[in-house]
Design a protein around this ligand. Structure first.
Ligand code: ADP
Length: 203
């Protein structure tokens, strides 16, 4: 059990909506610690039991089981706290890709104090597919390489992930047009973050 919950901003949206692009930038700002679930999963040795589970599910465009994912997230964050990379008393978490569905949100509720959920919204699915196909080449992402797998991931997002938006109170959700230029998306996110009083402290 943790004594205080970690203050967190969630970046949420379909694959290809630009979560990682935004999260990486925000994570460079002092007092923000970025955690991208998919990236951390990809960094696991695929010979380990967890690495095998990741390959098994992600190669089908499916989600890694919830309990396993949240436990993995919790352990990784704990390690970052112990290594003094993430300082929960002064830092905010920027979470990309976790929690990813209502069950994960429920499991993580005891650990995180969610201040805002930035929903990067892109109703034009073809646009996401085009972005992901480009990313497959640039970032060597195997799960972006096949168009069939991309559509499967988008389906998983619609059916299992999108309901997460109903888990949190509506006033926490910020819908942002993800088809805008990255800098415009960033400006909108930052506008909300600076309104959060304890997120703005001078160094
Ligand atoms: P994208 O959002 O573009 O699909 P990610 O890098 O966030 O890419 O995730 C890649 C894959 O990793 C997902 O398809 C899924 O299999 C797995 N994954 C990432 N985060 C989670 C999570 N929170 N719960 C379950 N599976 C996850």
């Amino acid at each position: 059990m943790v004594s205080a919950r970690y203050r967190a901003f969630l970046i949420f949206g379909a694959p290809g909506s630009g979560k990682g692009t935004q999260g990486k930038i925000l994570g460079k700002i002092p007092r923000f610690f970025f955690f991208a679930c998919g990236d951390v999963f990809r960094s696991i040795d695929t010979r380990t039991a967890l690495g095998q589970q990741f390959v098994k599910y992600s190669s089908k465009g499916e989600l890694v089981p919830d309990e396993l994912t949240v436990e993995f997230w919790r352990l990784r964050i704990q390690q970052s706290v112990e290594a003094h990379e993430f300082k929960p008393d002064i830092d905010f978490l920027i979470l990309d890709g976790v929690p990813r569905n209502p069950r994960q949100a429920e499991l993580m509720q005891q650990f995180i104090d969610v201040r805002r959920v930035f929903h990067l919204s892109c109703p034009i699915r073809e646009k996401l597919v085009a972005r992901l196909k480009k990313r497959a080449i640039k970032d060597n992402r195997l799960d972006d390489a096949s168009e069939q797998l991309i559509w499967r991931r988008l389906e998983t997002y619609e059916q299992q992930c999108k309901p997460l938006l109903n888990f949190y109170p509506p006033e926490l959700i910020v819908n942002i047009d993800a088809t805008q230029a990255p800098i415009q998306v960033l400006m909108e996110i930052i506008t909300y973050i600076v309104r959060e009083k304890d997120a703005v402290i001078s160094l």
